[in-house]
Design a protein around this ligand. Structure first.
Ligand code: SAH
Length: 253
C-alpha cells in the first residue's frame, strides 16, 4: 500500500467509511482503486483501519472496515515543540512537515522578543500536517496551537520534562537531559532566527526549563527544532509498531 488515507472520525460510522471528497479523488488518482481493493485509512485520533473498498464514484469512495488497530506509527513519548515564528514562512513549514514525520504530538508557534512576525497560516500548516501524517503512516494528527508567548505556554504546560534550547556555556547536552528523564512527556522551546534574549532564557529556567545544548554548532532555528525533537524521541523508549498496535473490536454498524 502506497500511502494512508485520512478520514476524520465523523466519516466513520461503525464499520462503514465514507471518504471526504478530496481523499476520494486521491484514492481514484493515486490508487486507481476499484471495488474489492484494500486501503489503509487513519482517523487522525490514533485509529488505523484496513478498509475494503465497496464503491467508487468520481467524488465518492465507500468502504468497509475489515481490521482495526490503535496508535499505529505513534511514539510513546508525548513531545511538544515550541518554535519561534520564523520570518520566512517556508522554513516554519519545513519544520512542521518534518516534525510530524519525527513524531511530534503538538506544535506551538512562539511569539518572543525577537520574532519578526506574529502569525502563521494555520490552514496551510494543517494541510501540510495531514499530508505528512498520511505519508509517514502515523495515525494521529498532531495539534497545532495558536501562537503564544513562552510565559503563557510554560504556565499552562504539564509536561514532565521542560527544555529550553540555548547554546550557552551552562547548557546540558540534550542527550543527557533526556536519559535522566526516561519515558515522559516533554516540552522543548526553540528560539526564532534571532534566538532567545537572556531574560527569556532566565524566565524559562525559572519556570522549570533545563537549558540544553544541541552541540557546538549554531543551528538554524528549524534545524534546532527538529534535532531537539529527535533527541527527545530517541531518549525515550519507542517500541516497534507491532508492540503498540492493539486490535480492538469494531462497533456494530
Ligand atoms: N542568533 C542567535 C542564534 C539563534 S539560532 C544567537 O546567536 O543566539 C535559533 C534557535 O535555535 C536558538 O534560539 C536556540 O533555541 C536554537 N539553537 C541553535 N543552535 C543551538 C545549539 N547548538 N544548541 C542549543 N540550541 C540551539
Amino acid at each position: 500500500m502506497t500511502t494512508n488515507f485520512y478520514a476524520p472520525p465523523s466519516s466513520i460510522r461503525g464499520r462503514r467509511v465514507v471518504l471526504p471528497a478530496a481523499e476520494a479523488r486521491h484514492v481514484r488518482t493515486v490508487l486507481r482503486a476499484e471495488a474489492g481493493d484494500e486501503m489503509a485509512v487513519v482517523d487522525g485520533r490514533g485509529g488505523w483501519y484496513r478498509v475494503e473498498i465497496t464503491h467508487v464514484a468520481p467524488e465518492q469512495v465507500l468502504g468497509t472496515i475489515v481490521e482495526q488497530r490503535e496508535d499505529v506509527g505513534e511514539p510513546v513519548v508525548d513531545a511538544t515543540v515550541a518554535l519561534g515564528v520564523l520570518k520566512k514562512r517556508s522554513r516554519f513549514e519545513t519544520f512542521v512537515e518534518k516534525a510530524v514525520e519525527l513524531g511530534v504530538r503538538r506544535i506551538v508557534p512562539l511569539r518572543t522578543q525577537r520574532t519578526e512576525r506574529d502569525s502563521v497560516r494555520k490552514e496551510r500548516l494543517r494541510n501540510l500536517m495531514v499530508a505528512a501524517m498520511k505519508q509517514c503512516r502515523r495515525s494521529r494528527l498532531p495539534d497545532l496551537a495558536a501562537p503564544q508567548s513562552p510565559e503563557a505556554l510554560l504556565a499552562a504546560s504539564e509536561a514532565d520534562v521542560k527544555l529550553v534550547c540555548h547554546a550557552g556555556e551552562e547548557a546540558t547536552p540534550i542527550r543527557r537531559a533526556m536519559v535522566e528523564a526516561g519515558d515522559a512527556s516533554a516540552l522543548v522551546l526553540v528560539g526564532p532566527e534571532g534566538g532567545f534574549s537572556a531574560a527569556e532564557v532566565e524566565a524559562a529556567v525559572a519556570a522549570g526549563c533545563t537549558p540544553v545544548s544541541l552541540g557546538p554548532r549554531r543551528l538554524r532555528a528549524e534545524t534546532a527544532g527538529l534535532a531537539a525533537l529527535h533527541s527527545v524521541m530517541i531518549g525515550s523508549k519507542d517500541p516497534p509498531n507491532e508492540a503498540r498496535s492493539s486490535r480492538r473490536p469494531t462497533e456494530p454498524g
